[in-house]
Design a protein around this ligand. Structure first.
Ligand SMILES: *Cc1c(COP(=O)(O)O)cnc(C)c1O
Length: 363
């Protein structure tokens, strides 16, 4: 029965040696190294979810006809496990990721994985690979749950077989050399998401569609792309994989409202609460690209930052477009940006109280 799907644990017979693991954890980078195990489960139309296991990390063998290769029926999540000063291991708001995973599944016509099964897969994978959670600095074990249509069938329909998988990758401090503000390229030609489309789902296709704009940003000497709404090409939505926040000269804070085309970030949602905790006023509303350009030029907008699980909070130094560029204040991390960033990291790394009950102890 899928309602109480449990992941059985099959420990690998070939774990990395202590020396190999220590060498990786000394300099993990991002997304290049993987822990000893992975979680995997299968869904079929006939049998629902079954065969849920924690097993050795390794290649999947798939037919070239596998549905996902052709029609991109796939979703994913991104979250982290943190080592606290007492060596206990915690995740941050995993229920929020479980709920979003279910919403993404619905939009991509994939079967929903019960929230308990999602949380069970993470817990058991982290428990068995707890030695892979790095310590020190802003390091973590990055967790990547994903699901895809695995039916070897070229017909266009929701896949009759689906694979769920979680892999874990030790991650170093995103800003190993101190927080570095980023330059943003405004994509005027390409959009990320249209009403009725998949913008609010965490699906690979949104990323595939953003890569050309990201390459254009890189050619322009920028780090990230900002996308506008697809209809009026006027309202700021988000970056390719991060949400945006604006701080005004009266200390009020604004983030673009969820319009159905913006990905509902767990970090974005947490910041709404943290900004209020810090005593500032925050609103979710539409904000136009002219308000950003004019506000940065006049000084009315004093800080801009981007947020997401991987980089947490990244200050935005400037906005560039085809015939201009405007810097935000002095181009350095602003005061409220830095305060929110510290407040969030202090909760995640167990250095501060957790009044919202965001952390879940795994082991
Ligand atoms: C994952 C993602 C975010 C950030 O979400 P978090 O839950 O905060 O990590 C923002 N935008 C897009 C497009 C994303 O895919």
């Amino acid at each position: 029965m899928s309602a109480d799907l449990q992941f059985t644990v099959e420990p690998t017979t070939q774990p990395a040696s202590d020396d190999q693991r220590a060498a990786i954890l000394a300099n993990p980078g991002f997304g290049q190294h993987f822990s000893d195990h992975m979680a995997i489960a299968t869904w079929t139309k006939e049998n629902g979810w079954h065969d849920a296991r924690i097993t050795a990390f390794g290649p999947l063998e798939l037919s070239p006809a596998t549905a996902v290769f052709h029609y991109a029926q796939t979703i994913f999540e991104g979250m982290k496990a943190y080592r606290h000063p007492d060596d206990s291991i915690h995740t941050f708001r995993p229920e929020a990721n479980a709920a979003r995973f279910a919403r993404s599944a619905r939009r991509l016509a994939l079967p929903e994985l019960p929230e308990d099964a999602f949380l069970d897969s993470l817990r058991r994978l982290i428990e068995i690979d707890r030695a892979w959670v790095p310590s020190g600095g802003e390091t973590s074990l990055y967790l990547r749950p994903f699901m895809f249509g695995s039916d070897p069938f070229l017909g266009v329909r929701p896949s009759a077989q689906v694979t769920y998988c979680v892999i874990a990758s030790p991650a170093g401090s995103y800003f190993a050399k101190g927080v570095k503000p980023v330059r943003i390229w405004l994509s005027e030609e390409y959009t990320r998401a249209a009403p009725g489309g998949t913008g609010a789902a965490k699906t690979g296709g949104n990323y595939a569609a953003s890569l050309l704009a990201q390459a254009e940003a890189a050619e322009q000497g920028c780090d990230q792309v900002a996308f506008l709404d697809a209809i009026e090409r006027k309202w700021i939505e988000e970056l390719g994989g991060m949400n945006l926040y604006f701080v005004f000269d009266d200390n009020s804070v604004v983030t673009p409202e969820l319009s159905g085309t913006i990905l509902e970030g767990v970090t974005r949602d947490s910041i709404l609460k943290l900004v209020t905790d810090l005593g500032y006023h925050v609103t979710e509303r539409r904000i136009s690209i002219d308000e950003w350009r004019d506000g940065a030029a006049s000084g009315r907008i004093r800080e801009v930052f981007a947020c997401g699980t991987a980089a947490v909070i990244t200050p935005v130094a400037s906005l560039k477009w085809h015939d201009g560029e405007v810097q935000v204040a002095d181009g350095e991390a602003g005061q409220i940006t830095s305060a929110v960033r510290s407040a969030l990291l202090d909760v995640q790394y167990g250095r501060a109280a957790d009044p919202h009950g965001w952390m879940t102890r795994i082991c």
